[in-house]
Design a protein around this ligand. Structure first.
Ligand code: FMN
Length: 197
């Protein structure tokens, strides 16, 4: 099959991209505005660079045309906390993709516990094995797009000690879930790379 992307509609493009770029990591993003904690998952998400330590996430708009709450909050506060998702957290993570009105907290609506780790950043999801605490580096102007890519800079990191195999070598081993199309996969099986001759 050969296709010209110009002749495809956005849903068709999404289907191809989300089944081809696999697995996609999931950023479970916590933002905060006026004491309301907002939580939502995003998988148009990938690391960008280690220097500066940056990630990119693309966030769209709601059906009513307003920016999604996460986008609104990051643009307002310039901060977010990105939590990573293990298998047991799948249900909670998926639930938080529900479109709730701005100002309604997914943490309260779905009874998800959060904990404040750094005073200057939104809290993290308590059961998450690790999190990045980020500031907004820049908004990418993707001409004509309804999805807004944000470059986020990692300022601080937390990982549950039980996933740290070697503290000095910074050997961290997390069993996370990722997205394949609209489904999920478990990133558990690892393959040692061959020695290049
Ligand atoms: C696993 C998963 C990944 C998602 N990835 C994205 C994404 O990359 N960009 C996006 O705009 N929406 C994405 N969504 C949909 C948002 O989570 C959903 O629109 C949510 O209601 C946004 O919440 P907010 O308005 O509180 O920010 C994803 C949903 C799921 C379940």
């Amino acid at each position: 099959m050969r296709l010209d992307f110009k002749n495809l509609n956005p849903l068709q493009r999404y289907k191809i991209m989300s089944h081809t770029v696999v697995p996609r990591p999931i950023a479970w993003i916590v933002t905060e505005y006026k004491d309301t904690i907002n939580i939502a998952p995003f998988s148009y998400f990938i690391p960008l660079s280690s220097e500066p330590p940056t990630l990119i996430v693309s966030i769209g708009h709601k059906k009513n045309g307003e920016p999604k709450d996460t986008l609104k909050n990051i643009l307002k506060t310039k901060k977010c906390t990105i939590c990573f998702v293990s298998q047991e957290m799948l249900k909670d993570m998926h639930y938080t993709s529900k479109d709730l009105p701005y100002g309604t907290s997914e943490a309260e609506y779905f009874n998800i516990d959060t904990k404040r780790v750094f005073e200057e950043f939104p809290p993290m999801i308590k059961s998450s094995p690790s999190a990045f605490f980020c500031t907004l580096n820049q908004v990418v102007d993707l001409k004509g797009s309804k999805t807004v890519p944000l470059i986020l800079e990692v300022e601080k990191y937390l990982v549950d000690d039980k996933f740290v195999r070697d503290k000095e070598k910074l050997h961290i081993e997390l069993d996370l879930i990722a997205r394949v199309g609209k489904e999920y996969s478990i990133c558990k099986d690892k393959i040692t790379p061959p020695v290049i001759p």
